[in-house]
Design a binder for this molecule. Structure first.
Ligand code: NAP
Length: 282
């Protein structure tokens, strides 16, 4: 037990459906720590409230922040330092103070990889030259691509705006881009499909980023970053075709564990956080 009070929170917009308060509150309790996890809804254009919030991190009134859409990239200019991972990805999801500096880190990438490895039940080095297809070229796609390259995957990227996909691909080495509306091509060697678009998220649960008429790559595994609903259409469709598929709930938990550890020094139980998330996930 410790007498410190951990004031933690999440900044982004909108935030009302976030599971983070539940899972971090459960983690605080399970670790026997006093504290709370608050939501700080700040709109994209509201720069001063964001600066003010970081001021509370600087004074020690807030010990840790998570960052989500739309501030993951724009917050960078307000920080003192980035970890090598956050710098390479160009996005921050975790903020804390060390030695009087405000540091930005990114636990999405290692969180995704940890959950993917658990799901595949494999060691990282086994992925050498395996091919992954990432759908979407927004903020989370950056972290996913970084993580996959780090683990040795060959990465192909596809987004509905090909110029956005090209722009993201150019920030990494050896990324192929294929057009979203001609996904049919070159899929035979794909072993992993990652959905990094919000397609299929509640309330649009009848939608899938994968074209209805197109079979999934044979022997591929499907990883959907969307975790609300608990079974997305993409995951259901893949399972119906006999493939292994998962939502991103595990990634949400793993990135949360990593952030919590950075802030408190305690490693919370995955099961406790998962239970808390499942109490609210639809
Ligand atoms: P983002 O920055 O807004 O990027 C979304 C990407 O999807 C963009 O390329 C966007 O293209 C594309 N897209 C949006 N609507 C589309 C549609 N109808 N058809 C095809 N492409 C579409 O969002 P993000 O931060 O990357 O998040 C993406 C999803 O991942 C969200 O559902 C988020 O909740 C989830 N996520 C989960 C975790 C986790 O821990 N499991 C972590 C991070 C994110 P345009 O730019 O053209 O709109």
């Amino acid at each position: 037990m410790t007498s410190a009070i951990f004031r933690l929170g999440l900044v982004g917009f909108p935030l009302e459906h976030s599971l983070s308060p539940r899972i971090h509150t459960a983690a605080l309790k399970a670790c026997g720590l006093a504290g709370n996890y608050s939501l700080f809804p700040i709109r994209p254009q509201d720069k001063q409230p964001l600066k003010d919030l970081l001021g509370h991190v600087r004074t020690g009134e807030i010990q840790g922040l998570n960052v989500t859409i739309p501030h993951k990239q724009s917050v960078i200019e307000l920080l003192d330092r980035l970890t090598p991972t956050a710098k390479a990805i160009g996005a921050v999801n975790t903020i804390y103070m060390r030695h009087n500096k405000i540091i930005g880190d990114n636990t999405d990438a290692p969180g995704f990889l940890l959950d993917l490895e658990k799901f595949l039940n494999t060691e990282t080095q086994r992925h050498r030259d395996a091919c992954a297809l990432v759908l979407g070229a927004g903020g989370s796609a950056r972290a996913i691509i970084y993580a996959l390259l780090d683990a040795g995957w060959d990465v192909t990227l596809s987004a509905r705006r090909t110029e956005q996909a090209n722009e993201l691909a150019n920030q990494f080495e050896n990324i192929k881009v294929i057009e979203y509306n001609v996904l049919t091509l070159n899929l035979m060697n794909v072993q992993l499909v990652v959905n990094a678009t919000p397609v299929g998220m509640t309330p649009n649960t009848d939608q899938s980023p994968w074209p209805q008429s197109l079979p999934f790559p044979p022997r591929s595994v499907i990883y959907d970053l969307v975790y609300n609903p608990s079974q997305t259409k993409l995951v259901k469709d893949a399972c119906l075709q006999g493939l292994r598929a998962t939502t991103g709930l595990g990634m949400l938990i793993e990135q949360a564990i990593l952030s919590f550890e950075i802030w408190t020094g305690y490693k919370p139980s995955r099961e406790v956080m998962l239970d808390a998330a499942n109490q609210t996930a639809h």
